[in-house]
Design a protein around this ligand. Structure first.
Ligand SMILES: *Cc1c(COP(=O)(O)O)cnc(C)c1O
Length: 477
């Protein structure tokens, strides 16, 4: 009773409604994904075969990906229909809410209006199932029986477990052995959804066995896990491989986020002055921002919106990297992609935002930054967790450490707006919740979180190395 009375009291005193959750009806959900390829300011440099230095052909990719995803990867169609079967699964949690961050605005005393799209409402707790579901569907439709993938912190592994379960596919996940030991909860989630989780290096593959022979206690790495997942897929007729970020088809599936946000903001008669998102490989930021980019580019937007990518200071690919060809993975097995990179063998410090520890950034996002259309910035993890705590204490949601990078940039933009007295509209993507990342919050609250800064020398060495390698192969960086 007391609480109820107090609540009524607060509402009477303070007539401004403090909650605004902008919902969309299910039948207003986007029926097509947006493909940015035809709308880039210049053609995307093609991925190169690292042996021949020649552009990769669709045939080269067929042992690892289903045909429809290869077609989408290279498609020049602006809008690609979302299959009914995929929409049916999206309906479990989509459309996701767009929320006005009134309490955060109040705490900052900013005239800016802050909106966030909340992707943490999906069953795995992040944006990643938007593509996992589509990928599982196309593989199942083409008769694939099993998928393989790698996972570090476990966000991608859990999203793909959820998706493959719904389409009756088997899934083998090579999980970096130290993460498997230190972060058991994500692996439990994957197993609950029926996936097989193999600590990597494992004795399942030739490559894994060769590592274990030399060093039975090897803690594993993302590079080793990728190599194992690829070898497993290539050596089995009924098996393909799946990737959770970076590639064009992955970014394309994520555009449901921005397409929904456009309609939700429209209902409020709003348009963002700035769109902000965190960037690991770039999929969630592309997902929220590309549909707005399309409106701006095609002259349909009422404003000249800015686009801001946020990275960790310890792994600032877009902010401090070089725009050049590099391998997409740490093991050097994939085609060469033209992108901002820190060098594929650069090993970032072990920050808690595991999903942002990627050496490169998606080729389309990199091109937009190179063209001066997108901006980027970087923060260390201590300032990021301070922002995360303020968000949890105002908006209630405990953000994923990755998403908290975006929040830090939002707070800085809102403070700038206050200093200039501008009524800016800020939109950001809250890519996931942090309820399986509480160990990171524990380190922060206990003052045990190192503020890893930019490791300039290690990055320089790594970039020089890939440049020398390209030169040797006769490929222009
Ligand atoms: C994986 C992940 C990211 C980073 O990946 P992108 O492809 O850059 O989006 C960001 N936030 C969350 C919650 C993640 O799980």
């Amino acid at each position: 009773m007391y609480i109820k009375e107090k609540f009524i009291y607060i509402n009477e005193q303070n007539r401004q409604v403090m909650n605004k959750k902008i919902h969309l009806d299910e039948d207003e959900m986007p029926r097509e994904w947006y493909n940015i390829l035809p709308d880039l300011p210049e053609p995307l440099p093609p991925p190169l075969n690292p042996v021949t230095g020649q552009p990769v052909s669709p045939k080269d990719l067929e042992p690892i990906f289903p045909k429809e995803l290869i077609r989408q990867e290279m498609s020049q169609e602006r809008f690609i229909p979302i299959p009914e079967e995929v929409l049916d699964v999206y309906r479990i949690w989509r459309p996701t809410p767009l929320i006005r961050a009134y309490r955060l605005e109040k705490a900052l005393r900013t005239p800016a209006r802050i909106y966030y799209k909340y992707e943490g409402v999906s069953p795995p707790g992040s944006h990643k199932p938007n593509t996992a579901v589509a990928q599982a569907y196309y593989n199942a439709r083409e008769g694939v029986e099993r998928l393989t993938t790698e996972t570090g912190a476990g966000q991608w592994g859990s999203a793909l477990s959820f998706a493959t379960m719904l389409f009756g596919l088997k899934l083998t996940i090579y999980m970096v052995k130290v993460s498997y030991m230190q972060k058991p909860y994500r692996a439990i989630l994957m197993r609950t959804w029926g996936a097989e989780v193999v600590p990597s290096p494992s004795n399942r593959t030739k490559y894994g066995r060769s590592i274990l022979e030399k060093d039975p206690d090897n803690p594993g790495s993302l590079g080793i896990a990728i190599s194992e997942a690829l070898e497993d897929a290539i050596s089995h007729e009924d098996t393909k491989y799946s990737l959770g970020s970076v590639l064009n088809h992955v970014l394309l599936h994520q555009t449901v986020i921005g397409l929904e946000a456009i309609k939700q903001l429209e209902a409020e008669d709003e348009f963002p002055d700035i769109v902000i998102g965190c960037v690991g490989g770039g999929s969630n930021f592309a997902g929220i921002s590309y549909p707005f980019y399309y409106l701006v580019r095609s002259g349909k937007a009422p404003k000249r919106t800015r686009f801001l990518a946020v990275e960790p200071a310890s792994c600032p690919s877009m902010t401090k990297g070089e725009y050049m060809y590099d391998y997409g993975d740490t093991a050097g097995l994939t085609p060469l992609l033209k992108m901002y990179t820190l060098g594929h063998d650069f090993i970032p410090p072990p920050i808690h935002a595991g999903g942002l520890r990627y050496h490169g950034a998606a080729p389309t996002l990199s091109l937009l930054k190179k063209a001066g259309i997108y901006e980027s910035t970087a923060y260390n993890q201590v300032e990021v967790f301070e922002a995360a705590r303020l968000f949890a204490q105002t908006e209630g949601i405990v953000p994923a450490p990755e998403s908290a990078h975006a929040i830090k940039a939002v707070i800085d933009e809102a403070i700038k707006a206050k200093q200039k007295g501008e009524e800016k509209v800020i939109l950001f993507n809250l890519s996931g919740h942090g309820l399986l990342d509480l160990a990171a919050y524990q380190d922060f609250l206990d003052g045990k979180l190192p503020a890893h800064e930019y490791p300039a020398e290690a990055i320089q060495r790594s970039i020089e190395k890939i440049k020398a390698l390209l030169l040797e192969k006769g490929i222009k960086p």
